[in-house]
Ligand binder design. Structure first.
Ligand SMILES: Cc1ncc(COP(=O)(O)O)c(C=O)c1O
Length: 427
């Protein structure tokens, strides 16, 4: 029974009518399992007003957002320059007709070719990251004539067809859509395992998140990603960099792979590319890998992929994220937040490890479910951060690119209260 005396644990007596209605409708028509699961963790979040790196629950409670929906809100909720770009675009544009070239799409594709590493050249647009990963895998298979894909066991690349088979495929299995013979899983940070998976020379591609988000952002060893790239070259497999969470400035580099000097054959971006305002994702292909775009002009078709207003917003996102001042700021704030978190660790304990590359951060706690416990404790203290799904001891901690010191201080202060509360439950 809930506090309100009903068997609906997502209800509580202090809820507004508006919030109660949203939760009831969502439970009845939309996501019953999510409403129930969050309620069991004491979380009944329905996001109303949102601005910069904060949002307010429909009941008016304020939250600092360090989930950012996986980096979708890298630049903050409703960044004024992006809202302006979108509203101006809507004065003249609509989604467009995906069969024909358009100014917004063509300019953005040229821009992506210029700002991505190495010989990445052609772009295929998608409406989400999973679709973009599907395009990456299809392109690698077409180019190599091979079917096998090597991926990380604790990786996440989306829930569409092929993307759902890459990484942990429990969900694909649930829907009888897994393909274990085609997707080989290896542990992260293990070059010997990668070598063993590639040496049969039948692998089309290795797909890797540069720093695996759902695994709690373990930072790869210095030689891991360059080592994988060189094994790919040796055995004729393509390197697909999934930069959906680590791209667009979060690591202090525009693309995470640049921090390790890796030039992928295919790069996938999404989430933050949308500015949090208009869905868009992209697969950027090496010129020869994208040769199918000449031979098979309708080889991948997506009505909403590269919708024109999204392209206009994404171009502004690239301006803001690639600005050297933004990247320098990310590195400064990374140091500042690290110093604060490290101080809390030495004073209070419970934090076991602080992982970071720029504002890509993962915190590991001294309990097998520490990430989950901290997610709930932070929620109570007005901070929203998400547990790492594949390691519940870890929390994904994702501050925005543009957070300032005042925000960081407030975040650290709320974090301290949450840490004390979570820790006290272990006494
Ligand atoms: C690393 C990574 N790749 C791909 C995806 C899939 O993106 P989408 O949810 O837009 O399909 C996600 C989404 O969380 C992701 O984190």
């Amino acid at each position: 029974m809930s506090e309100s005396g009903t068997s609906r644990p997502w209800e509580s007596p202090d809820q507004s009518e508006a919030k109660r209605r949203v939760l009831a409708l969502a439970h009845e028509y939309l996501v019953p399992g999510r409403v129930e699961t969050f309620a069991q963790l004491g979380i009944q979040l329905t996001i109303g007003r949102r601005e910069a790196y904060r949002f307010w629950d429909l009941d008016g409670r304020e939250f600092l957002d360090v989930h950012l929906n996986g980096g979708t809100y890298n630049l903050g909720h409703r960044h004024p320059a992006l809202v302006l770009a979108l509203t101006e675009a809507l004065q003249t544009l609509d989604i467009g007709n995906h069969h024909f070239p358009s100014a917004a799409r063509a300019e953005l594709a040229a821009r992506l070719a210029a700002c991505t590493p190495g010989d990445l050249h052609y772009t295929v647009f998608a409406s989400g990251g999973g679709e973009a990963v599907d395009v990456a895998i299809k392109s690698a298979r077409r180019f190599t004539g091979r079917r096998k894909v090597v991926a990380m066991a604790s990786g996440y690349h989306g829930h569409t067809g092929l993307s759902g088979c890459a990484g942990d495929d429990a969900n694909a299995r649930y829907f009888a859509s897994d393909r274990p013979d085609e997707f080989v899983k290896v542990p992260f940070n293990d070059l010997d395992a990668m070598h063993a998976a590639l040496r049969s020379c039948d692998v089309a591609a290795v797909i890797l998140e540069t720093i695996p988000a759902t695994y709690g952002f373990p930072v790869p060893a210095d030689d891991y990603l360059p080592g994988v790239a060189s094994l790919c070259r040796e055995y004729g497999a393509l390197y697909i960099a999934d930069e959906v969470q680590t791209g667009l400035g979060r690591t202090g580099w525009l693309w995470g792979v640049e921090a390790w000097g890796v030039q992928p054959d295919i790069l996938v971006t999404g989430k933050g590319l949308s500015g949090g305002l208009y869905p868009i994702a992209a697969t950027v292909l090496r010129r020869d890998v994208g040769a199918w775009l000449k031979d098979n002009a309708w080889g991948h078709v997506s009505t909403f992929g590269g919708a024109e207003p999204g392209c206009v917003v994404a171009a502004r996102v690239l301006d803001l994220c690639s600005d050297p001042a933004t990247l320098a700021h990310v590195n400064r704030m990374s140091d500042y937040l690290y110093a604060g978190l490290d101080d809390l660790r030495s004073r209070l304990g419970f934090v076991q490890e602080i992982r970071r590359k720029g504002v890509v951060m993962g915190l590991v706690f001294d309990s097998p479910t520490g990430g989950l416990e901290m997610m709930s404790a932070l929620y109570q203290c007005g901070v929203w951060a998400l547990v790492a799904g594949f390691d519940r001891a870890a929390l994904q901690f994702k501050p925005g690119l543009l957070v300032d010191r005042a925000y960081a201080d407030e975040l650290l202060s709320r974090f301290e209260s949450a840490l004390q509360a979570a820790k006290s439950r272990h006494r």
